[in-house]
Write a protein that binds this ligand. Structure first.
Ligand code: NAD
Length: 430
């Protein structure tokens, strides 16, 4: 792993950071430096031609990914890049037209891209994720096929949105932590997973299984991240009941011996659920098994006001000529009840696009420009209905995307600000 001061670290962490320590994105940018680099030090990008697969999916998915793609197009124009967008079906339309939630051909096309911008999948009825006819199967397959084992979910509260949370302002103001959810193992992938017998005597079984190797790679990832932030890692488990959790705790302790500078604490998942709403500011980096992360990050989304504000990056070990291959999606689902009404908040998808720029394309300044544009739009009072409060301006999905576009076009580029010795715009101050 690269260390502070060497070229690989600097390229992705502090070396590219230019806003003088005041912007929303800063600590997260710096904190992810050490775990993200993929190109060798000094290696030039092979071709400045980036390929992005856009998989809009179901419900509000296509609506929010359209706005994220718009932000990427503006970035390409402003910074002089060529982004080649590809599109394919996933979810319900893919099932109807191609016979599977994601076709083998689409998977092949994804493999030729640098990153995937994903919307959401899922309808109004639930079924077995294992079944090929379930829209959610596309996501499980992408995660499994590309071994995207680490799911990063930054939870930060924009200062101007502290009042949008259902919790008290004092509790949420200043919240800034990252959840790393294990993504390719545990209860969602264990076999058997089935219903047996005949009604009324049916029985259902799901299996939670983790190998030491699966736990170690994601815990190590979390330690690297914690080391670059505030050197505090909370490992979440249910070791008082589950064998998997006892193994998880044991491996976390062993890996922790390689990180004596990072304080490791263990927290039972039920206790963690309570403390996320009681004292969320005390957390910095948390790592947890698949299902625990799924549930706790929905809870944590309420700190920031809405599911529509939370981006995510799913990363593995695969690298491309430009960075680390990844899948980027808002944490929320397809929200079928508000689909097609212009009500969906596109900011989680747009912030996911910023993560894509940073991690898969190694374009940290461009990522920062997007994050700062979002912060300016929020500071200027624009709100979709999910985060609307008194004295703010209600906008629909595409109007919010337009505002981000405008803010991106109007703001100085971070590089330009640095050259001119300018300070970050007031709207970005924390
Ligand atoms: P959901 O995330 O779709 O919606 C939860 C709540 O948040 C709803 O009230 C919804 O209106 C609101 N919401 C979600 N996104 C929003 C946005 N961008 N702007 C404003 N409000 C937003 O979760 P759900 O209702 O439990 O699930 C709906 C479907 O989505 C299901 O089929 C589920 O399986 C699927 N799902 C998919 C993903 C994914 O694709 N990654 C994740 C979770 C759920």
């Amino acid at each position: 792993m690269p260390q502070r001061g060497d070229a690989r670290y600097d390229m992705l962490a502090g070396g590219r950071h230019t806003c003088g320590g005041s912007c929303w994105a800063r600590p997260f940018v710096e904190s992810l430096g050490p775990v993200m680099p993929s190109r060798e030090s000094g290696e030039k990008k092979a071709v400045e031609d980036y390929r992005i697969m856009v998989l809009g999916g179901d419900g509000v998915g296509p609506e929010v990914t359209a706005e994220a793609a718009r932000a990427l197009r503006v970035v390409a124009k402003r910074f002089g890049h060529t982004f080649r967008f590809e599109e394919a079906l996933v979810g319900q339309d893919a099932i109807a037209q191609e016979g599977a939630a994601i076709s083998p051909k689409t998977l092949e096309r994804c493999a030729r891209c640098d990153a995937i911008l994903f919307g959401a999948v899922g309808g109004t009825t639930m079924g077995s994720p294992e079944s090929k006819t379930q829209p959610e199967n596309s996501l499980y397959q992408l995660r499994r096929d590309f071994v995207l084992f680490a799911n990063l979910r930054p939870i930060r509260v924009f200062p101007a949105l502290a009042g949008a949370s259902t919790l008290k302002r004092d509790v949420v103001r200043g919240v800034d932590f990252v959840v790393i959810r294990e993504l390719t193992g545990g209860l969602y992938y264990g076999r058997p997973s089935e219903t047996r017998g005949e009604s009324p005597a049916r029985q259902a079984v799901d299996t939670m299984a983790y190998s030491e190797a699966e736990i170690e790679r994601v815990v190590r990832f979390a330690f690297e991240l914690a080391r670059a932030r505030n050197k505090s890692l909370t490992s979440v488990d249910k070791a008082n009941v589950l064998s998997c959790s006892r193994l998880w705790r044991d491996v976390a302790e062993r890996v922790g011996r390689d990180y004596p500078d990072v304080h490791l604490q263990h927290l039972l998942v039920d206790n963690c659920a309570m403390n996320l709403v009681k004292r969320p500011k005390d957390f910095d980096v948390l790592v947890m098994a698949n299902m625990f992360g799924d549930i706790l990050t929905d809870e944590a989304s309420m700190l920031s006001g809405s599911m529509g504000m939370l981006p995510s990056a799913s990363l593995g070990e695969r690298v491309t000529a430009h960075g680390r291959f990844g899948l980027y999606e808002p944490v929320h689902g397809s929200a079928p009840r508000i689909a097609g009404q212009g009500k969906a908040n596109p900011l989680a998808a747009i912030l996911s696009a910023a993560l894509l720029l940073r991690h898969s394309l190694s374009l940290a300044e461009e990522a920062l420009a997007v994050e700062r544009a979002v912060e300016r739009v929020i500071a200027a009072g624009y709100r979709t209905y999910d985060i609307q409060t008194a004295n703010t301006r209600l906008v629909n999905t595409s109007e919010m995307g337009e505002q981000v576009e405008r803010a991106l076009l109007e703001s100085d580029s971070p590089a330009g600000s640095r050259r001119a010795g300018k300070k970050a715009p007031a709207g970005t101050a924390r």
